[in-house]
Write a protein that binds this ligand. Structure first.
Ligand SMILES: [Cu+2]
Length: 486
């Protein structure tokens, strides 16, 4: 390679491209720009998984990379959330004296957006996608550094394709000298509707396919932000497909709980795929928020252990991320935008069609039926036009993951007309109603039930059915249930 750095730099147009240069041990390595992230099931993806396993083993080996180093597995995991008291862990790893690395850990640990936990400041649920893109992207750069390999890219796990919905086999080899680094013993067994994950069962194989647990249907959502009673793309993806996969892989000792999730090496392939769902949505022309969303920054460590305050506007286009641009080898198809204009979704103010006969919080220990009372307001189907009817569940609370998912049905006047509505889960939902977004709004679920036959009758009940026995100590509950026209 005789090309000079100066010549190389002058030959490329954007600053983002230029910073994809790497210097290892005084030797320059030029990465093709942007790099491609591959499907883990493809041959290129398999090559990357082999590299990934070597990196994870190094990052977990304290003799190679001490825990205090931002490149360590512990430091990266803790940046998502610390599974123990943060201060005690800071002291254990860094001692009491101040140091640049300790300050970086203090700023970076426990930063996952937007899965707020009690005792933490309020978060903005619109930051779920950009924070995790940054997190995965800096992790990927750190893996390159650990491997001394500027061509490494993180593969993604596309569980939305049924043929790929079992955990990739490289993560299920406890006795393999290379791949044991990717193995975790405490993934779900075949109880409570879950699959035996380490046996290679499809994640959703013991649950009804019509629940759409692994469906990328959220791609048809036209707006990024929540609009009144309608969940936007970001919170819908967060509380739906993303959280479903967490709960289907592990319980509250593993992928099923925010503090432990990023300790499992599959976390990063899961989030690469969630990032790809977002990239697919944008590639189809769907718009991200503007304003302060774009200028928000979060602290990360670069591959040299130096603090970076990454800005959302720098990462919205994956192909122009300074120092780490990438694209996906394939994107998911996005349904055509609905004929409804955004203005039509915003204009009508929500009106309640039915609400709980007995208002108040409902514990979800087993199957519950919540009777609703009609208010006399007409349904969207009766009114016609662009309006829709939503089933809205608010104020979900739990003291931890109940380790099951909950199926939601709308039951009409005859027992023969139950409508499956969707699935709710408690991943990332803290207790005591502290899970506020920027608007002071708790995270909520809403489902479009405009065409439900159950709405024809007066006598309506919402039925919530756990997929197994909820963990009693978790005490999951739902605060309010209503049907809303908007
Ligand atoms: Cu996650």
């Amino acid at each position: 390679m005789t090309i000079s750095r100066r010549k190389f730099l002058s030959g490329i147009a954007s600053v983002g491209a230029a910073s994809n240069l790497f210097e290892f041990e005084g030797r320059q390595a030029f990465a093709q720009n942007p790099l491609t992230r591959f499907n883990a099931a493809s041959s290129q993806g398999q090559t990357m998984l082999e590299k990934y396993a070597r990196a994870v083993a190094k990052m977990n080996d304290r003799a190679v990379i001490p825990e205090a180093d931002p490149k360590s597995w512990l430091f990266q995991w803790y940046s998502h959330a610390v599974p123990k008291p943060k201060n005690a862990e800071l002291i254990r790893v860094y001692g009491n004296a101040s140091s640049p690395r300790r300050a970086l850990a203090a700023a970076m640990w426990d930063n996952c957006q937007a899965h707020h936990r009690p005792g933490m400041p309020p978060q903005d649920n619109r930051m779920f996608l950009p924070w995790h893109r940054m997190y995965v992207s800096y992790f990927e750069r750190i893996v390159r550094k650990v491997l001394q390999d500027a061509t490494f890219t993180l593969p993604y796990w596309d569980y939305t394709t049924p043929a790929n919905s079992a955990l990739p086999e490289q993560f299920r080899k406890p006795n393999d000298s290379l791949y044991k680094a990717l193995y975790r013993k405490n993934r779900n067994k075949a109880v409570g509707g879950m699959a035996d994950v380490n046996a290679g069962q499809r994640l959703d194989q013991n649950l009804p396919p019509e629940l759409g647990l692994l469906s990328p249907a959220v791609l048809s959502n036209p707006t990024y932000e929540d609009v009144g009673a309608a969940q936007g793309f970001c919170s819908s993806l967060d509380g739906g497909l993303h959280s479903n996969v967490h709960g289907l892989i592990g319980d509250d000792s593993n992928m099923g709980d925010v503090p432990t999730a990023a300790g499992d090496p599959i976390f990063w392939l899961h989030h690469a795929n969630i990032d790809r769902v977002w990239a697919s949505w944008n590639a189809a022309g769907r718009a991200n928020p503007a304003g302060t969303w774009l200028t928000t920054t979060f602290p990360f460590s670069d591959e040299n252990g130096l603090r970076v305050d990454a800005k959302v506007s720098d990462i919205v286009n994956t192909e122009a991320i300074p120092g780490g641009s990438y694209r996906y080898d394939s994107l998911l198809p996005v349904p055509a935008a609905p004929a409804v204009a955004i203005a039509d979704l915003v204009t009508p103010s929500p009106a309640v069609i039915a609400s709980q006969r007995r208002p108040g919080s409902t514990p979800l220990r087993a199957t519950v039926q919540i009777p609703l009372l009609r208010t006399g307001v007409a349904t969207a189907a009766a009114v016609g036009g662009a309006r829709k009817t939503y089933l809205v569940l608010r104020d979900l609370q739990a003291h931890g993951p109940p380790n099951v998912l909950f199926k939601v049905f709308l039951d009409g006047p005859t027992s023969s007309s139950p409508t499956p509505v969707g699935v709710i889960n408690f991943f990332g939902i803290g207790g005591h109603g502290q899970d506020h977004g920027s608007s002071g709004e708790h995270r909520f679920y809403s489902f479009d039930i405009t065409n439900s036959p159950a709405l024809a009758g007066e006598d309506l009940k919402v039925r919530i059915v756990p997929t197994g026995s909820p963990k009693a100590a978790a005490q999951p509950s739902v605060g309010s249930v209503s049907l809303v026209i908007q």
